[in-house]
Write a protein that binds this ligand. Structure first.
Ligand SMILES: Cc1ncc(COP(=O)(O)O)c(C=O)c1O
Length: 401
């Protein structure tokens, strides 16, 4: 047997893990399964925005060649304009790197910044991309608590307590996956003050910033703390329903000229893979100039708004279940009373839901959550189908008491 590299020991993906494999097996043997495991809107009938289709067709010939390894200059210009509009005043087009989704940018930035043994503060629960990227670099994710009793806001005391001599950076995912909440400015400023006092580089994953509901407004970390070094991550997978295009970017904010070496490392890493997908770069300016197609989903009568209502209503009327309604993104992260339902393993619970109700969920442990009493579902199917699936999960839960 050829053993895989040791660095792979800690890398995991429960979103596409054993439960997912079982779901695929069921589907191939003719059993329909509703897959609520990935935030992949196109799989639920969300269609390509016309602005994106037009830009793609019009620009096709430009996509044939490799581009600059950081990305096409005019496209970086459009990204800069977007982030300037959000108050990132210190960045230039030279600070922008476009790649194959935020996923590639996360891995690249972690490799560029983190030495083996360096620590990054990472939210718990968390989206596993970031902990996996840290493991690949030999660096260490140190998890800080997000407090369900306080609408899943990060707990500043816990963050402070986890800082060591090796802490080099802090990751803020806002709006968050898996909780779907938007952090309030006060909490953000408190966390950023901790970063300031401890000279931490801020990694701000803001891929859901255009998917905020209820009239709330997202403020970028780099806007709230213009004096700090920040790497902001964003992309079109979610807001423009084009996950498969693999279209994401990062933008450095470097008000004190501290990121010269990091920028140089990122340039070398970007050159290694020559460039990001040029087809997907082409659509960025059109997409960023077309906020309407996203906005329409988020207001009363819009799909995401109504679907959230459907799922939250079922959970709130089920005894033994609760949820902090999400402000943004596609996710809800409900809680159940594990003792009451005799659940000691959330993975077993997930398997039970899959086998009995043919619905695929992701157990909370897939996001590093320490107790077996949470799961995540994506609120992407039409409201009626989603309400039924949520009711099926609730019925299975109730059958266990
Ligand atoms: C918080 C967060 N960051 C990054 C990503 C990856 O996005 P991309 O499709 O741009 O690689 C996701 C995908 O679900 C996510 O939830």
């Amino acid at each position: 047997m050829i053993r895989h590299a040791e660095r792979m020991d800690l890398v995991h993906s429960d979103i596409r893990g054993p439960l997912y494999q079982e779901a695929l097996r069921m589907i191939s043997s003719g059993i329909p399964v509703l897959k609520l495991n990935t935030g992949n809107p196109a799989a639920f009938g969300f269609t390509l925005p016309e602005s994106v289709r037009g830009a793609l067709l019009e620009g096709l010939d430009r996509a044939v060649a490799y581009s600059d390894s950081r990305g096409m200059p005019d496209v970086r210009g459009a990204i800069l304009e977007y982030h300037r509009g959000k108050g990132l005043s210190h960045s230039t087009a030279e600070d922008i790197f476009i790649g194959n989704g935020v996923s590639e940018m996360a891995e690249m930035s972690v490799l560029a910044v983190m030495d083996p043994g360096d620590e990054m503060l990472v939210p718990c629960p968390n989206y596993s991309l970031w902990s996996n990227s840290l493991h690949l670099a030999g660096a260490v994710p140190v998890y800080y608590r997000c407090d369900e009793e306080n609408r899943w806001m990060p707990d500043p005391e816990d963050i402070q307590a986890k800082i060591t001599k090796r802490t080099k950076a802090i990751l803020i995912i806002n709006p968050n996956n898996p909780t779907g909440v938007l952090y309030d400015d006060e909490t953000m400023k408190t966390i950023l003050q901790i970063a300031r006092e401890n000279h931490l580089l801020v990694f701000a994953d803001e891929i859901y910033d255009r998917l905020v509901m209820d009239g709330k407004v997202h403020h970028s970390a780099a806007y709230l703390a213009p004096d700090l070094p920040v790497i902001t991550f964003n992309g079109l997978s979610k807001s423009h329903i084009i996950c498969g295009f693999r279209c994401g970017w990062m933008i450095l904010s470097d008000p004190n000229n501290e990121l010269g070496e990091v920028r140089d490392a990122l340039e070398r890493l970007s050159s290694m893979r020559l460039c990001g997908n040029t087809l997907s770069q082409l659509v960025i300016p059109a997409a960023l100039h077309d906020p309407e197609s996203t906005q329409a989903m988020l207001v009363p009568g819009g799909r995401l708004y109504e679907q959230r209502k459907a799922v939250v209503e079922v959970i709130q009327k089920t005894p033994g279940m609760s949820v902090v309604p999400n402000d943004a993104a596609f996710y809800v992260f409900p809680k159940y009373d594990a003792e009451r339902f005799h659940i000691t393993s959330d993975k077993e619970f997930g398997m039970g839901v899959l086998k009995n109700k043919h619905v695929l969920i992701v157990p909370g442990s897939g996001f590093g959550y320490p107790t077996p009493d949470h799961f995540r579902i994506v609120m992407l199917p039409e409201a009626e189908e989603l309400a039924k699936a949520t009711q099926d999960i609730a019925d299975y839960l109730l059958s266990l008491q």
